[in-house]
Design a protein around this ligand. Structure first.
Ligand SMILES: [Zn+2]
Ligand SMILES: [Zn+2]
Length: 103
């Protein structure tokens, strides 16, 4: 598990998102936030970035399918890394801070 040190929550689990998630949360547009499988953790990406970076194939239907990504072929992750590198201004989130915003 990837951990982050949060000012509020201390050591907490962590994930990254694209730069637009903050705004979607503020407007409560939760249906535009997609969870995708990244190499060692899940990421949250807005619907626009999914389209822009061709991330459709990484969208998770069920966020509990965490281990299945290890079975994917190398090309699957090469494509992901390429898209990931193009996503600038990613935000690192403390999972508990995020949950508080969603509630
Ligand atoms: Zn985005
Ligand atoms: Zn926190």
């Amino acid at each position: 598990m990837t951990l982050i040190l949060c000012n509020k929550h201390g050591t907490s689990s962590f994930f990254e998102s694209c730069e637009h998630i903050r705004e979607l949360l503020k407007d409560k547009r939760y249906d535009e936030i997609k969870e995708i499988q990244a190499i060692v953790y899940h990421m949250k990406v807005c619907a626009k970035c999914i389209e822009k970076y061709g991330l459709e194939k990484y969208i998770l239907c069920d966020s509990s399918t965490y281990d299945t990504n290890l079975d994917e072929p190398d090309e699957f992750w090469d494509d992901f890394e390429e898209a990931y590198d193009k996503m600038n201004n990613r935000i690192a989130w403390c999972a508990r801070c995020y949950d508080e915003l969603v509630l």
